[in-house]
Design a protein around this ligand. Sequence first.
Ligand code: SF4
Length: 106
Amino acid sequence: MVKYQKVVIDRETCIGCGACVATCPYQALDIGKDGKSFLIWEKCKDVFDCIAVCPVGAISKTSETAEELKQKEWFSFDKKLSEEEMKEFEEWRNKFKIKSEPKNFR
Ligand code: SF4
């Protein structure tokens, strides 16, 4: 079952200020080597504080994100997902119609 909807990051809009990284209680966001934020998928637990602190409005709830933005690359895995997590990942992709794959931004 999909527990969390998670967030989408518009990496073209992100200015790399780090506010979202500093505010997330689960360390679910980090800055990639290109200087822009990305989501660590398995760590996001729908706190959504990152949305409020982003000065350029680059973060949104997955359920409220424009379809084309959801298909870009913005998330990563920090570990090998367990079987259960992988199942949830596939359910999450289907539920929110996400075609993009996890990418290593580090
Ligand atoms: S708060 Fe917004 S602009 Fe700043 S790093 Fe996070 S996504 Fe980028």
